[in-house]
Design a protein around this ligand. Structure first.
Ligand code: SF4
Length: 316
């Protein structure tokens, strides 16, 4: 690891946004009013076992609002929390809830065009599934990407097929590989979501997922701690057959292992997760964000010290 990203020990999203846009950028969580093939009966009705009622978009504005109103409301929420800045920040319109390319192309075109042409919006980030990216959708994304940057966020979670079946992901690894190839061919920035802590996965299996992604042409990664949320099938499993969850220290060490496996060109969008506290059953330590971030800072520093001593020929 090196200290080349504004004194952050990894290629952070904050660094990437400042470098790309030259100013502070915030993501606004929006709801495009779509569902998901894993919920509407096409592939299943209960969704992935960890997915909450909000379709992994629990912080998004309500879908009943017009997209311009959603942008306005989300922006207001962000601005309230921000210290005064002489230059206004920019925003990325983040279509987060459910599967945001799971709709007819004319609908997607209208929705995404309204967002991308909004004067406060610097780019789009679209969360979706790899099996919902056909040629027409890719052509639309390519068009939009010529206006402002477009990112696509794919929820892969794991490369291990037995885990994928257990979580009811509903597609195999070749589908992800085809989608990634199509998106890269269209010039789109691709961010992949990985969940660490899936039941039945060893630390080695999780490191294998990171190593696999390190060798693929992805641009960013979100490393997310498995959150057990109320109202999900995962919560029922946890309550009837409790399985081990990470302690904070063991999670931090595993994440740093994964970061070390990734090439420095890959932006690390997230090191943990952001589940809604009101729904969180376990691991409860993850609700204390400040403590988790301090834990990361301390452990990154210790491991760098350890590494630099090795590099300098010291023994421990
Ligand atoms: S694909 Fe995404 S939105 Fe659909 S059920 Fe799984 S986690 Fe939820």
């Amino acid at each position: 690891m090196s200290l080349t990203w504004n004194n952050t020990p990894y290629h952070s999203l904050d660094y990437e946004l400042k470098t790309t846009f030259g100013r502070k950028i915030y993501k606004l969580s929006l709801d495009g009013g779509m569902t998901c093939p894993n919920r509407d009966g096409t592939l299943g009705t209960r969704g992935c076992i960890f997915c909450s009622e909000g379709g992994s978009g629990d912080f998004a504005a309500p879908a009943s609002m017009d997209i311009r109103d959603q942008i306005g409301a989300a922006k207001e929420r962000v601005m309230k929390k921000m210290p005064f800045q002489s230059e206004g920040p920019g925003f990325i319109a983040y279509f987060q809830s459910f599967t945001n390319t799971y709709a007819p192309v004319p609908y997607l075109r209208s929705l995404f065009t309204q967002a991308i042409l909004h004067p406060d919006i610097a780019g789009l980030s679209i969360g979706t599934r790899p099996d919902c990216l056909d040629g027409d959708v890719l052509a639309l994304l390519r068009e939009l990407n010529a206006i402002k940057p477009v990112w696509v966020e794919l929820g892969l979670q794991t490369i291990h097929e037995e885990s994928a079946r257990f979580i009811r992901r509903g597609y195999g690894l070749p589908v992800f590989e085809a989608a990634l190839a199509g998106l890269k061919e269209a010039g789109i920035t691709v961010i992949v979501h990985v969940i660490l802590g899936l039941p039945g996965e060893s630390r080695d299996m999780m490191r294998e997922t990171a190593a696999y992604l390190a060798s693929r042409p992805i641009d960013g990664i979100k490393l997310q701690l498995l959150h057990i949320l109320k109202g999900t099938d995962l919560a029922d499993i946890y309550q009837t057959h409790p399985f081990p969850v990470f302690t904070m220290d063991s999670y931090i060490d595993l994440v740093i292992d994964c970061v070390e496996l990734l090439p420095p060109s890959i932006t690390i969008h997230r090191l943990t997760g952001d589940g809604p506290k009101s729904l969180l059953i376990a691991p409860l330590w993850s609700a204390n964000k400040r403590q988790v971030l301090n834990g990361f800072a301390k452990r990154f520093k210790e491991r760098q010290t350890w590494q630099s001593r090795l590099w300098n020929g010291h023994t421990l």
